[in-house]
Design a binder for this molecule. Sequence first.
Ligand code: TTP
Ligand code: MG
Ligand code: MG
Length: 387
Amino acid sequence: MPAAVQSVLETMTSSPSFENLLSPTAPACLDVDAPQSWRRIIHVDMDAFYASVEQHDRPELRGQPIAVGRNSERGVVATASYEARRWGVRSAMPARRARELCPDLIFVPPRMERYREISQQVHDIFARYTDIIEPISIDEAFLDVTENKIGEPLAVNIAKAVKADIRRELGLTASAGVSYNKLLAKIASDWRKPDGLCTIHPTKALEFIDRLKVEHLWGVGPATAARMHKMGIQTAEQLRRVELPEMVRLFGKAGWNYWRFVRGIDDRPVRPFRVRKSVGCEHTYRADIRTPLDLERALGDLAEELVARAAAKTFIALTLTLKVRSHNFDTVTRSKTADRPWLDAAQVKEGARELLAAVGIPKSGIRLLGLTLSTPLERDARQGMLV
Ligand code: TTP
Ligand code: MG
Ligand code: MG
């Protein structure tokens, strides 16, 4: 990091008065057209996520250069521990190249289910502080804590509390960025990794932005960055000198965003995605179920209903739970987690039959049957995998 940027950051993060400026009455110096009330946004991203989970679960891997991925000819590194990064090992690198860079590299096969489980636990920690949580991937999310559940006015204190909970309860580290918009919170979380906490003060935002390289800006990929470099533009400050009509002419709609970003303006809201944990249905029968034929029919109907409800909510999950209440009100549940999701009624019915066989059919008759799906696949996981 250039010394100048470092010094700006030091000033920002050590400024005790910063958080008090995050108030609706703070001067709206950044958006001249639409004065904004400062929001308090935190971006949290887990450090070397898959690798850290492996090192946590397997103490013998701690302090070692590890790569999560398959050590095969066509294998690719999903992520590397910070020890391996010192050797230049990076995400998306072919395993063969990683082995060349770091001959002692230890490859660990991925365990997606475990990472999803931890991801959910991290999410549960966020939810102690706010319901406005926008998951971005398996290991990161935005939190809007302008209003929060613990009535804490200082966003940085919430970021500290989240990091401390993650460390204490999960034995993992996360980095957090705090600012008044998503763009800056995201850049800030990346700034001091691992175990970082960086705050970007609204009144220092432009000073901070000026020193960013254009590739740090949201939406500027390698191709756009290369175009900007050709035009002699390396930093956000240089990009700020390009007038709006020219920016739009050059980069279309994205140009409008760049024009705003380099002025510290980003009013995209944190869009909460309520994580549904289960979908279920149950039925109390007017007459107790006593015959195998009635039981077959009841299970079939319930399975159909469950699949339809889950489909309506676009809910996809791995665990099926059966609930059985007998005539004399004894209630038993049994679950089964499959390695592929429960998607069709025949499959659900078959699973329910197996669970019922494990529970045993109550001799007094069945008063109630219920089926529930849980252990959801996360959003991105369903589009090919969260990451
Ligand atoms: P990142 O948050 O990008 O990376 P990271 O958590 O491993 O490391 P950092 O400390 O820099 O945040 O991605 C989260 C997880 O997503 C990562 O642990 C593994 C997975 N992943 C891939 O499988 N392939 C990829 O190309 C990347 C970038 C990530
Ligand atoms: Mg990460
Ligand atoms: Mg991430």
